[in-house]
Design a protein around this ligand. Structure first.
Ligand SMILES: [Zn+2]
Length: 288
């Protein structure tokens, strides 16, 4: 049975199945900020019903950590045109990712539902954030301020971190994952991901609570460990590409990967494509 866990004063998380996706709620005097909306309007309605258990007021603000379906397809339940009509905050590149990856994904699932567990895909209306975040900004929840930090390329190009400074909590979305290896999914940037996490690690203090998009809360040390694995993978991808290895040859090698190779097809494909493009690039005068 899933329940809310209070990981710091007024900061709650709940792990939902399927996909073990973490939803967070941050309480202020004026209401709750909800982080991520799950994979469909009915799943989002379940969050709204569950959140009443907290007795900390209604949801007033919604944030998406990134565009992937399991974090945004519930947006329509909370966003413009809904009964709640709430603002939804997201990285400024999130709508582009929805168009490039999540709309085609939804269309494919609707065309052939046998590819996925039955969900109410027909009910989903992809709903982009109303408030696009291009630089660090704060939201005042009433007596508590929450910071939104849009990141560079990593798990996607539209990852956004929610920091609750007074509770020393970081809500990272899928930039870090704890219930399985990092997900190299649609729109991932395997070569850039380590630098993005390295920049984040510098801001996280020992003792801070770190909430991944999937899995139990972790700490700074866990993030440092995952960063090492992300960097190992990026280095390996560069080396394989430099040696002229093809995608299929790379995926055919079993040893030396920091994560199970079965989950790395998109990592290899996207990294090699990016390296191909860099190879063709004519450096601008004065360097890159
Ligand atoms: Zn994701």
């Amino acid at each position: 049975m899933t329940t809310w866990r209070e990981v710091a004063e007024g900061v709650y998380l709940r792990a939902y199945q399927p996909l073990d996706v973490t939803t967070c709620a941050v309480a202020g005097a004026d209401g709750l900020l909800l982080v991520d909306t799950r994979a469909s309007p009915s799943e989002a309605a379940e969050i709204e019903a569950d959140i009443a258990e907290l007795g900390r007021g209604p949801v007033r603000w919604v944030v998406n950590t990134h565009a992937h379906f399991d974090h945004t397809f519930g947006n329509q339940h909370f966003g413009p045109g809904s009964a709640l009509d709430l603002p939804i905050y997201g990285h400024h590149l999130l709508p582009l990712h929805l168009d490039d990856h999540e709309r085609p994904r939804l269309a494919a699932w609707r065309a052939d539902p046998s590819n996925e567990p039955p969900r109410d895909w027909g009910q989903v209306e992809i709903t982009p954030p109303t408030d696009l975040v291009a630089a660090r900004r704060s939201i005042d929840l009433g007596g508590r301020s929450v910071d939104l930090l849009p990141l560079g390329r990593g798990h996607t190009d539209n990852d956004l971190v929610v920091h609750v400074p007074d509770a020393r909590v970081w809500i990272l979305g899928d930039v870090v994952e704890a219930s399985g290896p990092p997900m190299y999914g649609s729109g991932c940037f395997p070569l850039d991901w380590p630098a993005t996490v390295a920049g984040l690690v510098e801001q996280i203090d020992p003792g801070d609570v770190v909430i991944p998009g999937h899995g139990d809360p972790v700490d700074r040390e866990f993030v440092v460990g995952q960063l090492a694995d992300l960097a190992t993978l990026a280095d390996r991808l560069r080396a394989l590409h430099a040696a002229g290895t093809t995608v299929e040859e790379a995926l055919g090698t079993q040893d030396g990967w920091p994560f199970p190779v079965e989950g790395l097809r998109l990592a290899v494909t996207r990294a090699f494509r990016q390296l191909d493009e860099i190879g063709c690039e004519v450096p601008a005068a004065g360097g890159r």
